[in-house]
Design a protein around this ligand. Structure first.
Ligand code: BDP
Length: 684
């Protein structure tokens, strides 16, 4: 096993009593409905029964009380027969389910009942998770439903086969400006996504270049349709990223002006054509007026004009526009610096609240900058009462070690989701906004940039699979703890050996802080190599146009974003967050340099000076990576060599990276500040 099966290992059950218990339930299965999703559920259970128990289940396509597994939607199963009340299932949302084991003297049965067929599939995956993690399923009565509506994945795959910010090989979808045709691999990806509850995917990069612009033409739609068919069977709806200038590039029009009648007609016809191929097509993801991509600004229109034009075309088919808010000036004059990139999304979009049609969803990155190891939450989240919103995470580790360095991001995402915005008073957490319950959005949820490619193990570093798994599990239920998610992932992936479970889990849970320790300090971000974004380069972006500065000089560092003397960014938050961030006294240490410019000798709440904090965390971060290597090495022989060595190699790359960060950051700030290390360690 090279890691391909990820968390769907379905290893043979070795515990005899558990095996006997499971086997008694896995003799036969009855399913009376016919749908691709139910077929997928049956296929998964069959596959697992075979692999885990060596059982070949008999499948009945009619109802029979002889079957040991009864599977279907609540309309067709007489749930009361099995001790469930009809309401229990009926009151669930469309993707909810119940798993119940009936354990009477002479019969043992499992009932997997969903509100819809999607619920049934999720029930199947959950049941298999219970078994893979050695839980007894006798007496099971498990009820679940997802807490977010859209649980989406954004591929940043290009049709030449490359992946923007891809760290694990090439695309599984495209190659040489066409499709790979490897539908088996795509199906296995669909299984992975569905098993953790992902229900939507956009299959091409948000930067839509020339070739990909043609994805919405008859040249490519038949193949998009094939892919959509595969994902549909796993409850995953397909979306495409589109080029705002498509009417010009492929429509032969002279303009893409969203208020032009000809442009509107072109999109309406285009959408109709797409739905002929894919009747349940999800809609479009749009990056417009961002990093040189075309958009409504070019025609002096605003983003509501742009998004609504597409939304109108999609509305007759229940399609949705995911309109990204990553809009900022990437050609700033660093000598001017009067604008602040952190302000941009809020400044552009907040004034448009109420102007968007109800099938537009604003897609907002979790932070105001760009997926740094530490950023505050985007103040746009929760600030628009009348506009559907989803939050965007990045599972791909662009700025967090690129799947060489270990950085388990679930604890970070969890912090964002549980952050209290105070938008509607205390307790208005981010998760309650993005799940649509605070403002009653029609559409809501979470999306993220995928981290997979065609490497044998999908994610380059086998441990980076935990981020994909964790993303799905966390957005299904943001109340799940990082510990439980990590625990599940390790046991599903590597088995139950106590040593392996505790060691790997500990490594995962420590890893975000370790990465932060040797990275840019105290929330300031960006001290990274330009373009490829791996490794340190403290001034790489400092005198450049992207709006990402740290303002270090001989006296101090950090970005003044206060209302009085700075960019006024803090104003964008609700009280009391606005005051908390605005004041040096109350701003949390870990974000201090994001919000304030302070002397190197400024004393943190931890009692250390900023400069000593920098030295200490950077020495510590490196040592902690040495510690990760020791911890991992203790597992030699406890798993297959392939996966063991894969991670070992990556950890050594990480050590090199951590050393570079430590040395460059410490040296730079020692030279700038002239303040020696209180502990007298060697700084060059
Ligand atoms: C940045 C990436 C860039 C993406 C952009 C985006 O560096 O490759 O195109 O975000 O989200 O993080 O559009």
């Amino acid at each position: 096993e090279k890691g391909y099966k990820a968390w769907l290992q379905y290893n043979e059950i070795t515990d005899e009593s558990l095996k006997a218990e499971y086997s008694s339930y896995f003799a036969s299965l009855s399913v009376t409905e016919d749908s691709p999703i139910l077929n997928a559920a049956v296929e998964e259970l069959t596959l697992a029964a075979n692999a885990m128990l060596g059982k070949d289940m008999t499948i009945y396509n009619y109802f029979t009380d002889d079957a040991t597994i009864i599977l279907g939607t609540y309309q067709t199963i007489d749930v009361e027969e099995y001790g469930l009340s009809a309401d229990e299932v009926k009151n669930l949302n469309d993707e909810g389910y119940v798993i119940k084991s009936v354990n009477q003297a002479d019969t043992k049965k499992l009932v997997l009942v969903g509100k819809t067929d999607k619920g049934v599939l999720y029930a199947a995956f959950q049941l298999l998770r219970f078994m893979q993690t050695s839980n007894s399923i006798d007496g099971l009565h498990h009820v679940e439903q997802p807490k977010n509506q859209f649980r989406m994945m954004n591929q940043w795959d290009n049709m030449d086969g490359s992946i923007e910010r891809g760290y694990s090989g090439n695309s599984i979808f495209y190659d040489e400006n066409g499709f790979t045709g490897d539908l088996t691999r795509i199906k296995d990806y669909a299984r992975l996504l569905s098993s953790v509850g992902i229900n939507a995917i956009s299959i091409n990069n948000v930067n839509v270049w020339e070739v990909e612009t043609n994805l919405i033409t008859s040249k490519f739609l038949p193949e998009v349709q094939q892919i959509a068919d595969i994902f549909r069977a796993y409850g995953v709806q397909t979306f495409l990223s589109i080029n705002f200038a498509s009417p010009i590039q492929i429509g032969g029009l002279a303009t893409a002006d969203p208020l032009d009648a000809g442009v509107q007609k072109w999109w309406a016809e285009k959408v109709e054509e797409i739905y002929k191929y894919i009747p349940d097509f999800g809609g479009f993801v749009v990056k417009a007026d961002s990093e040189h991509r075309p958009g409504p600004f070019f025609y002096d229109r605003d983003h509501a004009d742009g998004a609504n034009m597409l939304a109108e075309a999609l509305a007759p088919f229940n399609g949705v526009v995911f309109w990204r808010c990553f809009v900022y000036n990437c050609l700033q004059d660093w000598r001017d610096r009067s604008t602040d990139r952190a302000r941009a999304a809020f400044d552009h979009f907040k004034p448009l609240d109420g102007k968007f049609l109800d099938n537009v969803v604003l897609q907002i990155k979790n932070g105001p900058m760009d997926f740094q190891v530490r950023e505050p939450i985007s103040p746009l989240i929760g600030s628009m009462e009348k506009t559907n919103q989803v939050m965007e995470f990045q599972v791909a580790q662009e700025y967090t070690g690129q799947q060489k360095d270990l950085c388990f991001l679930v604890p970070q995402w969890k912090e964002y989701l549980k952050f209290d915005t105070h938008a509607k008073g205390e307790g208005t957490t981010v998760d309650s906004i993005v799940n649509g319950s605070v403002y009653d959005f029609k559409y809501s949820g979470i999306t993220a940039v995928s981290n997979i490619g065609n490497d044998a193990n999908w994610t380059g570093n086998t441990l980076a699979q935990a981020n994909l798994f964790g993303y799905g599990r966390l957005i299904w239920n943001p109340d799940a703890t990082s510990e439980d998610i990590a625990d599940d992932w390790v046991r599903l992936t590597f088995g139950d050996d106590k040593n392996v479970v505790e060691t790997v889990k500990g490594m995962l849970l420590d890893s975000w802080h370790i990465y932060e320790n040797y990275n840019a300090p105290l929330g300031v971000g960006w001290m990274i190599n330009q373009h490829h974004h791996y490794g340190p380069n403290i001034d790489g972006y400092e005198y450049d146009v992207w709006g990402t500065y740290h303002f270090s000089d001989r006296d101090g560092m950090g970005v003044d974003r206060t209302m009085e003397t700075g960019t006024g960014y803090t104003e964008q938050y609700f009280s009391p967050n606005k005051e908390i961030y605005n004041s040096l006294e109350t701003c949390p240490d870990e974000l201090l340099l994001f919000f304030h410019h302070v002397p190197y000798t400024y004393e943190l709440k931890s009692g250390k000076t900023v400069i000593q904090h920098i030295y200490d965390t950077h020495f510590l971060g490196f040592e902690q990576v040495e510690g990760l290597i020791t911890r991992w090495n203790s597992l030699e022989g406890k798993m297959d060599d392939y996966r063991f060595n894969n991670v070992k190699e990556r950890l050594h790359m990480q050590l090199k990276n951590a050393r570079e960060w430590r040395d460059q950051i410490n040296t730079y700030f020692y030279r700038k500040s002239g303040v020696p290390d209180a502990k007298n360690r060697t700084i060059y």
